[in-house]
Write a new protein. Sequence first.
Length: 253
Amino acid sequence: MPGSIQSLERAAAILRLLAGGQRKLALSDVSVTLGLAKGTVHGILRTLQQEGFVEQDPETGRYQLGAELLRLGNSYLDVHELRARSLMWADDLARVTGESVRIGVLHQGGVLVIHHVFRPDESRQVLEVGSMLPLHATAWGKVLLAFDPAAPGELDDELKVFTRRTLAERAELDAECAAIRELGWAGEREEAVDGVAGLAAPIRDHRGSPLGAVGIGGAVERLAGDGGFPPALVAAVRDAARSISRDLGATMF
């Protein structure tokens, strides 16, 4: 097994040191406490500062934890809170619709599946927690593109084509996102995988901000056989999204 990376170990030690005890520490304090050369500590602190993980007081020169760590920490808490609050509603959605349910969040240019409920039948299925869905070619991704201001910036300049139905032109995708904002939900028919359709709606946090998406996926014949999504399925997905959002403190529903 490969060994640990020394520079990362030292950076982690510095962050832990700044997280405890005094709120602000001088370069010499960090150097002496960790037993590292000042030059080494300064180089690591400078890199951490550039990434937003550490801030330096312009008057005293002392260092403290940066806002980027807070953002990452809140993201971690939000995602775990989302999954915890979603379990019951996701199970109910699978039972009511008879389809598999996925809950996803924006992550590194795609949609990270953080919870997956199998379709409630005897068919063999594969757990997809941890898998990535494309932003522009799935219902979950299009919900995030429509409602999360950060999502469009995650798209590649050239959109990947998965099937003949994939929206590969930005103008077409933008127009669809505008329609999704009007409807409050997104549908997708064979845009990522031939024969598969999806239907999703946004989940909001206590601030009313989009935190993720919940939706169902399955054979296009069941979800959108006549070219449209059955109102009962749309209502079930939207109800699940509202219920999860309310559990997370959202009041706009």
